[in-house]
Design a protein around this ligand. Structure first.
Ligand SMILES: *[C@@H]1O[C@H](CO)[C@@H](O)[C@H](O)[C@H]1NC(C)=O
Ligand SMILES: *[C@@H]1O[C@H](CO)[C@@H](O)[C@H](O)[C@H]1NC(C)=O
Ligand SMILES: *[C@@H]1O[C@H](CO)[C@@H](O)[C@H](O)[C@H]1NC(C)=O
Ligand SMILES: *[C@@H]1O[C@H](CO)[C@@H](O)[C@H](O)[C@H]1NC(C)=O
Ligand SMILES: *[C@@H]1O[C@H](CO)[C@@H](O)[C@H](O)[C@H]1NC(C)=O
Ligand SMILES: *[C@@H]1O[C@H](CO)[C@@H](O)[C@H](O)[C@H]1NC(C)=O
Ligand SMILES: *[C@@H]1O[C@H](CO)[C@@H](O)[C@H](O)[C@H]1NC(C)=O
Ligand SMILES: *[C@@H]1O[C@H](CO)[C@@H](O)[C@H](O)[C@H]1NC(C)=O
Ligand SMILES: *[C@@H]1O[C@H](CO)[C@@H](O)[C@H](O)[C@H]1NC(C)=O
Ligand SMILES: *[C@@H]1O[C@H](CO)[C@@H](O)[C@H](O)[C@H]1NC(C)=O
Length: 484
């Protein structure tokens, strides 16, 4: 099927962004948002569907069963509200505001147990190095506010590697802190009105490309050991590394967020819930150089020892593109286990894969009770892919006998258009991927030679086209898949 391009988007919207082009993009996004809200069966496929923004008139209808309500519970109010300008901030795009942000948070910390606080960032371009957040705290970006990541690596101090990784993900030892960071916090809101946080990551990608990176790159936003977090109504641009990284967290909501990075920017994952529980990601538009959403839980023997799983995760109405990676990824770091995940209304186009499970020998851990439903994929090379053995280990100390257990992956109501291949499901010898269920999956016209490729997997399939592999041939006597 012929699919319209997105002519309103400049070829590389993140380069040389001019205000008029942003206005155009926003108008387009608004119009698309409206057409998405009024989605009818005749809606042309292939149209980008960013989150509905600027809902003209009708108030958004919140269905408790299909919203993130309950995941974030607003604590107290925010008794003290300050502007970054009160701490000497200058939003001219060149003055460093690192000290202003650090002083502001230091000051507002005192109000955590005295009614809470908010730091407001007004219109302007606020260049800064890394700063930390505090508890009972809101970081609010007003319309036209842009936080810009410093281009000086010294403004991104080194911190300890995560214990569940045992080392920096890219380089041994310490890692660069994230631009916006928090550890051991509760009730944190990062929101605004069409504001953006731009990591200006190109310098970091170049260090990676030219192999002179000394330590693992920092995230744009990382929260560790934190509870009750809301991230909403903002745009995150050009992260050095994974964009939003909640790790060892619980009750995290990421809603109505746009994440943009060049499609070739290395490891610029959108949102990576890592060893975290009760996470709800909803209405996000993501285009980047790596997985749109990747659920993780630590690496090899370090992740196994820490045994800190990711569980109870909802990913709903996420759309976007990533030419070399996947819409939703599980792993490859999954050594602490991943369970009870619901992914629904996923829309992925021009991507390497829509759904991908990545594991390896040495990972240990498990992936269980995963439901992926109502997926539309267009021009995706391998629609659904289980892969193994990229030989990507923390160090030589991994245990090759530590094989992951995969039990219960339910994939249903999938429509593929312009899909390149049939699913590739490669399990690992010595363990079996059990209860793999496909139901109502239609991948459209593939080449007549397209065959499912399955190894070390077992399960069932109903109403699936093209015809699935032998390993998924149902014998009609059970109902766990058919009626799941
Ligand atoms: C945050 O505010 C709540 C409610 O006022 C209070 O119970 C809690 O102790 C505060 N948290 C911190 C870290 O001060
Ligand atoms: C959003 O912000 C950009 C600049 O940051 C501005 O050009 C645009 O007009 C704003 N759009 C809306 C809908 O407020
Ligand atoms: C921010 O927190 C990290 C650890 O969580 C700490 O190492 C760093 O010194 C803090 N930075 C500032 C500016 O307080
Ligand atoms: C989504 O966020 C944008 C600002 O980035 C805001 O203008 C819009 O109203 C939000 N949409 C919803 C449905 O909350
Ligand atoms: C690598 O990239 C960085 C960041 O752009 C640059 O400063 C450095 O000079 C480059 N080094 C080499 C050897 O190309
Ligand atoms: C996002 O912004 C819209 C419009 O201002 C507001 O109604 C909504 O409550 C905000 N949502 C969140 C989750 O912050
Ligand atoms: C499977 O996960 C869903 C959430 O996606 C949860 O509601 C359900 O209780 C889980 N089932 C089991 C047996 O844990
Ligand atoms: C998928 O879509 C169907 C039909 O619109 C809906 O009933 C269902 O709740 C959606 N989600 C899941 C997980 O099946
Ligand atoms: C099959 O999936 C399609 C696409 O999600 C959906 O429209 C249709 O209702 C599903 N059919 C059944 C019987 O669930
Ligand atoms: C059908 O499959 C079930 C479990 O999936 C198995 O217990 C049963 O023996 C199988 N029956 C036949 C006739 O193969």
């Amino acid at each position: 099927m012929d699919v319209p391009e997105r002519p309103w988007l400049p070829k590389k919207p993140w380069l040389g962004v001019t205000r008029p082009s942003w206005v155009m993009i926003l108008i387009a996004i608004t119009l698309l948002g409206l057409s998405w809200l009024q989605m009818s069966p005749t809606r042309p496929v292939g149209v980008a569907t960013p989150p509905a923004s600027g809902d003209a008139g009708a108030a958004p209808v919140e269905h408790p069963s299909s919203s993130c309500s309950g995941f974030y519970r607003p604590g107290g109010g925010r008794r003290v509200v300050c502007s970054i300008e009160e701490f000497g901030g200058v939003g001219d795009g060149t003055t460093s505001n690192t000290d202003a942000f650090r002083r502001a948070v230091e000051h507002l910390k005192a109000f955590a147990d005295e009614g809470g606080s908010q730091l407001t960032v007004p219109r302007g371009r606020w260049l800064t190095g890394s700063f930390n957040l505090t508890s009972n705290f809101t970081l609010y970006l007003e319309e036209g506010a842009i936080i810009l990541g410093s281009q000086d690596p010294k403004e991104w101090p080194l911190i300890e590697p995560l214990p569940s990784y045992g080392r920096g993900r890219e380089r041994l030892g310490a890692r660069y802190i994230s631009l916006i960071h928090g550890d051991g916090l509760s009730d944190v809101v990062i929101t605004g009105q069409n504001g953006s946080i731009d990591g200006q990551g190109r310098m970091w990608w170049e260090l990676w490309w030219n192999r002179t990176l000394k330590h693992t790159r920092g995230h744009l936003l990382e929260l560790m050991n934190s509870h009750n977090i809301l991230i909403s109504n903002l745009t995150f641009i050009n992260s050095p590394f994974w964009t939003i990284h909640p790790v060892y967290c619980s009750n995290v909501v990421v809603k109505n967020v746009t994440i943009l990075a060049p499609l070739n920017a290395p490891n610029t994952d959108g949102i990576d819930p890592d060893s975290s529980s009760n996470v709800c990601i909803e209405d996000c538009y993501i285009e980047s150089g790596d997985d749109l959403v990747a659920i993780k839980s630590g690496w090899d023997q370090y992740g196994i020892a820490m045994a800190y799983p990711s569980s109870n995760i909802v990913v709903r109405r996420v759309s976007g593109t990533t030419p070399t990676c996947s819409g939703i990824g599980f792993g490859s770091e999954m050594s602490g286990g991943i369970s009870n995940v619901l992914v629904e209304d996923l829309h992925v186009w021009n991507s390497a894969a829509a759904v991908r499970l990545k594991t390896d020998r040495g990972r240990g851990g498990y992936i269980s009770n995963i439901t992926i439903a109502n997926v539309t994929m267009e021009r995706v090379k391998i629609p659904i892919r289980f892969s193994r053995g990229s030989n990507d280990h923390a160090d030589e100390g991994y245990d090759p006998k530590a094989v992951p257990r995969i039990n219960g992956v339910y994939i249903k109501n999938v429509v593929g258009i312009g899909v390149g291949k049939a699913p590739v499901l490669e399990g690992i010898e010595g363990t079996i991927y059990e209860k793999i269920c496909f139901r109502n999956v239609s991948l459209g016209r593939l080449s007549p030679k397209a065959r499912w490729h399955c190894e070390f997997v077992a399960g069932e399939a109903y109403d699936v086209f093209p015809t699935p592999c032998q390993q998924l041939k149902n014998n009609g006597s059970s109902s766990w898949c058919r009626y799941s």
